[in-house]
Design a protein. Structure first.
Ligand SMILES: C[S@@+](CC[C@H](N)C(=O)[O-])C[C@H]1O[C@@H](n2cnc3c(N)ncnc32)[C@H](O)[C@@H]1O
Length: 269
């Protein structure tokens, strides 16, 4: 495993352990955040109904991929880098008892939190898998919809991860992901900083490069829409979050003002 992947695993394992500990010892009202400054702005309340508060508190996404996933009863869904399970648990409500939702994650602490959240919600159409999104442990043509929230940017081999997503989708299957994209040039020193990678910044792609990678692995009808622009105010908001202070306080806020955005990424197999 690469050093960068080890760092990513360690960082997200640490967040999962902290959230678990806090929910066991107190009110469970801590709020973790990676790519967003808070969850209320990325999920409308209707999506969060029935979800355990621990799943909401460990949400680390950058936009809500469910808004354009258009999930239908009976569909099979896979969430790449499912973390504490928020998008998997939301999706489970839409596909119903005749559908199935898989969450795939490489970090044991996240999987344990996700399974505890699944139990709290009492859903049976959900399964969390341990593994890497660059080597999805599922057969070809098995999935109707791929979801993912703020994870592809963390992958070193994005082409491999997206070609695996393409492989497991059924023909006509939909890619409906949220991810960070780059909107303007950023200094090389940020690009090379491992901590900035872990914080979902350094590994993000410019929109054109993202589109070209999706095209290269076979997707058609690609759309990438930046919806949450990371202005100075957004970044200052993230700086108040105890989980990310260390990473984001290193940023020259003027330099990265509006350089990144949480985007919705669509494609069809
Ligand atoms: C920023 S968090 C997002 C979690 C979740 N999608 C959400 O919205 O709350 C990134 C997650 O992706 C997982 N992850 C990162 N790279 C991965 C990879 N190559 N394979 C599998 N999981 C990965 C991490 O363990 C972590 O749980």
């Amino acid at each position: 495993m690469s050093d960068l992947k080890k760092e990513v695993k360690k960082y997200y394992g640490g967040i999962a352990s902290k959230v678990k500990q806090e929910s066991e010892s107190s009110c469970g009202c801590s709020s973790a955040s990676c790519c967003s400054s808070g969850n209320s702005e990325i999920y409308d309340l209707e999506y969060l109904v029935e979800l355990p508060k621990e799943a909401i508190n460990v949400s680390l996404g950058c936009a809500n991929p469910l808004v354009f996933g258009e999930l239908k009863p009976g569909e099979t869904v896979l969430d790449l880098g499912s973390g504490g399970g928020i998008d998997v648990l939301i999706a489970s409500k839409y596909v119903g008892s005749t559908g199935k939702v898989y969450g795939l994650d490489m970090t044991d602490e996240m999987l344990s939190l996700a399974n505890a959240n699944k139990q709290k919600m009492g859903v049976e159409n959900v399964e969390f898998l341990r593994g890497y999104i660059e080597e999805i442990p599922l057969a070809k043509d098995e999935i109707d919809v791929i979801l993912s929230n703020c994870v592809i940017n963390l992958c070193e081999d994005k082409e491999k991860a997206l070609s695996e997503a393409y492989r497991v989708l059924k023909p006509g299957g939909r890619l409906a992901i949220a991810d960070i994209v780059i909107l303007k040039d950023i200094p090389e020193k940020i690009r090379k900083d491992a901590q900035m990678w872990v914080g979902c910044i350094a590994g993000a792609l410019p929109i054109e490069e993202y589109k070209n990678t999706l095209l290269k692995v076979g997707f058609k009808d690609i759309e990438i829409n930046p919806i949450n622009i990371y202005t100075k105010d957004t970044i200052e908001g993230i700086l108040k979050n105890k989980n990310l202070q260390e990473v984001y306080s290193k940023l020259d806020i003027e330099m990265v003002d509006s350089a990144f955005a949480g985007a919705l990424v669509k494609g069809i197999k």
